[in-house]
Design a protein. Structure first.
Ligand code: PEP
Ligand code: MG
Length: 588
């Protein structure tokens, strides 16, 4: 049922790129349009094959142009998204099967191509794997372009943008849709599909466009030009907003802008509590193009560089020299602060290390994190050598994800040591004292933190995973999301155990999971004795303000109390109460 003309409708999704957009909806058609099908005579077969070849060639030229365009706007890594599209296009099996289908079916080229590409997409969608589902969207995108390019009329590769401000509403958006859009007129993306790690979400963030994904199916009932507001902070698409709603969002937008301006003033200020406890506040990033945002946010370096995004985006892992360039840019771009490179964390809900691998029954409990690196030693060595080489150009640190015990940590450190010895022999400079850390994100690692602390320079607690493994709740499964509670007493005690072990061994502890940016939990984390918080750049100034408004001594006694509490909700309420009185303007 289409949304009624005038009643306000609020659709809830997942906010993946912050900001508020006001504009009429512009609805994109779903999926790939079915082409016309007709029979051809024997003597047309070669001509149809030729038409197919030409459509593919035209598509290739367009994709290469789009790739250049996105590289110009957002940098080389974003452009690599189109490598995946070009690979689909150049797949010899695709052309072989299409040509065969033209011959056997004696049908026009577009219908033969449509049938063949449909089997690819079907196969990928049938496997219950988020990565392959996203690749299916890439294939749909390529298919759409090739089909358009069969037409002899010269088809523009311009996205059909209205010439007025609009919010794009779609089933899903492909990277090429996103890049082709008129960014001057676009006020946001709202899609039924998609996830935080989808290409579209990544691009929205780097282009600074508000975006909400994973909206209910109701998104498909949105009508062209229906008035809308997109709330990229709380993940809402509001259709036919009432006057009150419009006023609320105008105020909110103004408040966010004022806040942003006011927070700018904090940029150069130290991150210190009212009673003088210093905390290192650093940034989480995925791409080196985010270095300017890191600097603007006032971060003291990068606490988590999720290297898998750039390593796996193009389908082939960059070699040692290519990686050295990226890590060097990070080292130089964040001087005099530190950048911590997290080694490849493939698997789970992330990009797989090897796209053609058989899907695992329990990917979160499977081949991910350090386990992948330890079973692909040459790839791991390339990464470690690259990090070491870049460490000569600034302050770098390295840390290992998903370590469950001392064995993996020792193996990883041994390989690092071998890489250091090799570089010595090759007379290649590196920082001999580069910090080596371990992520604490598996309960067994948190429990033996006293053992691990003797082997590393720091701990970085990955609460996103630590919560899911401690409470046994899949971090992306909506059905059990009410169990995913950062203040679960078991989680809070594991964090405390980790901090105690670090203190006893003279090393520091940070948190780089999403919990580090949750302002109602800042008093709790501070009180537990955390030394570093690493958060997304858009959230960082708020966390700085929160920390500067708190009293460490008060938070310590609050945390002591929290550690004795049996219920997650009570721990949350306690921390929230302190937050509310210290910085009411930042708490909803
Ligand atoms: C975490 O698990 O908290 C973390 C920071 O790592 P990721 O979210 O990349 O798994
Ligand atoms: Mg993790």
């Amino acid at each position: 049922m289409p949304h009624p003309n005038n009643r306000e409708v609020i659709l809830q999704g997942t906010a993946v790129s912050p900001g508020i957009g006001f504009a009429p909806a512009h609805v994109l058609a779903r999926g790939v349009a079915t082409p016309e099908t007709y029979s051809i005579s024997e003597h047309r077969i070669d001509a149809e094959k030729q038409r197919f070849l030409e459509a593919v060639e035209r598509t290739r030229v367009q994709l290469e142009r789009l790739q250049e365009e996105i590289e110009r706007i957002s940098g080389e890594d974003e452009g690599l998204i189109f490598e995946a599209h070009l690979m689909v296009l150049e797949d010899p099996a695709l052309s072989k099967r299409t040509n065969k289908a033209i011959e056997e079916r004696k049908q026009n080229a577009e219908s033969a191509f449509f049938a063949v590409i449909g089997t690819y997409v079907e196969a990928m969608r049938r496997v219950n794997d988020p990565y392959l589902a996203e690749r299916a969207t890439d294939i749909d995108d390529v298919a759409q372009r090739v089909l358009k390019n069969f037409s002899s009329v010269k088809d523009s590769d311009e996205y059909d943008s209205p010439d007025h401000r609009h919010i794009v509403v779609a089933f899903d958006l492909s990277p090429s849709d996103t890049v082709s859009m008129d960014r001057n007129q676009m006020r946001g993306f709202a899609t039924e599909q998609g996830s935080v790690n989808s290409h579209t979400a990544i691009l929205a963030r780097s282009l600074g466009i508000p975006a909400v994904v994973g909206l209910a199916e109701a998104v498909l009932d949105v009508r062209e030009n229906q008035p809308a507001i997109l709330d990229g902070f709380s993940g809402k698409l509001i259709l036919n907003p009432t006057h009150e709603t419009i006023r609320f969002y105008e105020d909110l937008r103004k408040q966010k802008r004022d806040e942003q301006m006011a927070l700018q003033e904090l940029r150069e200020k130290r991150t210190q509590t009212k009673d003088g406890r210093s905390i290192t506040l650093s940034a989480n990033i995925e791409f080196d193009q985010e270095i300017p945002q890191v600097r603007e946010s006032g971060a003291e370096g990068i606490g988590l560089f999720r290297s898998e995004f750039f390593l796996l985006e193009s389908g082939t892992v960059p070699n040692e020299d290519q990686q050295t360039e990226v890590y060097t840019r990070l080292a130089q771009g964040t001087k005099p602060h530190q950048t911590i490179i997290r080694t490849l964390d493939a698997g789970g809900d992330k990009l797989p290390a090897e796209p053609l691998l058989e899907p695992e029954p329990n990917p979160f409990l499977g081949w991910r994190g350090i386990r992948v690196s330890l079973s692909r030693i040459p790839m791991f060595r390339d990464q470690l050598r690259a990090v070491l080489r870049a460490s000569a150009h600034g302050k770098l640190g390295v840390m290992f994800p998903l370590v469950s015990g001392l064995n993996e940590l020792r193996l990883a450190k041994d390989i690092l040591k071998e890489c250091m010895e090799e570089l010595h022999k090759e007379n290649i400079a590196f920082d001999e004292n580069m910090d080596v850390g371990v992520m604490i994100e598996v309960p067994s690692a948190a429990i033996i933190a006293d053992i691990l602390a003797k082997e590393v320079d720091f701990f970085s607690i990955g609460t996103n995973d630590l919560i899911q493994y401690t409470v046994a709740v899949d971090r992306i499964n909506k059905q059990v999301s009410s169990y995913y509670r950062p203040t679960n007493p078991g989680v809070v005690r594991l964090i405390k155990n980790t901090i105690n072990a670090a203190n006893d061994n003279g090393i520091w502890t940070g948190i780089c999971g999403e919990m580090a940016g949750q302002l109602e939990l800042t008093p709790l984390l501070l009180g537990l004795g955390i030394n570093e918080l690493s958060v997304g750049t858009h959230q960082l100034p708020r966390v700085k303000k929160a920390l500067r408004s708190l009293d460490y001594a008060q938070c310590t006694s609050m945390a002591d109390k929290a550690l004795q509490m049996p219920f997650a909700r009570d721990i949350l309420a306690l921390s929230r109460e302190v937050a509310q009185s210290a910085y009411p303007d930042l708490i909803d």
